[in-house]
Design a protein around this ligand. Structure first.
Ligand code: PGA
Length: 245
């Protein structure tokens, strides 16, 4: 039985004071809601330490990492450093990294390998653009994104790993994939993962909110959510986490 996982992607939002306040509200909300989901908080890098000190039942994640283990890579952060700061998870290949920072499938796969090698749990983001969906290429695009990781031939590729299906057209737009649309792709992703995929949590991301979380989580291959905008509101995010109860 796969446990529901809800991950918060704060992106480049907030201040230190905002992070502390949000976390305090979230901790008490999760506790009073007897929320059974696994919760992961991915703050901006500079606030990892602040958040690590106040985690409550949630776990810490990063929004990105370097594919390099260490060295002269100005501005980069390694998987070891993230672990050292208390992180257990790292989002890899978010569509904003792919589209705004030119991260292609190969670089994303290298980052995935770096996370695994260090013992961080990668949250691998995959998903198609609107243009690709309308051209009937959704499954092909997602398969290419997954295959780039499989091609590395890592040991136990999909163990201690999470995949997030995030259709690009649904991120930050208020347009959520219907539970049926999401389930179709989630089922396909699980097939792509092979035998180990039965135990891998596959999250849905893209305009998840309290009002749609429950029907998404009810689908057999949707094991939780990666939440952007709604994760910045303590009440709303708590409701999403507790929708899994
Ligand atoms: P959103 O973002 O929930 O604001 O659509 C999701 C994400 O980018 O991970």
């Amino acid at each position: 039985m796969r446990k529901t996982l809800v991950a918060a992607n704060w992106k480049m939002h907030g201040t230190k004071a905002f992070a502390v306040e949000l976390l305090e509200k979230l901790n008490s909300g999760l506790e009073s809601g007897k929320c059974s989901a696994q919760v992961v908080i991915c703050p901006p890098y500079p606030y990892l330490g602040v958040v690590a000190d106040k985690m409550g039942q949630a776990e810490l994640g990063a929004q990105n990492l370097s594919e390099q283990p260490s060295g002269a890579y100005t501005g980069e952060v390694s998987a070891e450093m993230l672990l050292d700061c208390g992180a257990r998870y790292a989002i890899i290949g978010h569509s904003e990294r792919r589209s705004l920072y030119g991260e292609g499938n190969e670089l994303v796969a290298a980052k995935y390998a770096a996370a695994k090698a260090a013992g961080l749990i990668p949250i691998l983001c995959v998903g198609e653009s609107l243009e690709e969906r309308e051209a009937g290429k959704t499954l092909q695009i997602v398969a290419e994104q997954i295959q780039a990781v499989i091609a590395l031939g890592l040991p136990e590729t999909w163990q201690n790993a999470v995949v997030a299906y995030e259709p690009v057209w649904a991120i930050g737009t208020g347009k959520t994939a219907t539970p049926e649309q999401a389930q179709e792709v989630h089922q396909f992703i699980r097939q792509q993962l092979g035998e180990a995929g039965g135990a891998t949590q596959i999250l849905y991301g893209g305009s998840v909110k309290a009002a749609n979380a429950e029907e998404l989580f009810a689908k057999p291959d949707i094991d939780g959510a990666l939440v952007g905008g709604a994760s910045l509101k303590a009440d709303e995010f708590t409701k999403i986490c507790c929708a899994a109860n």
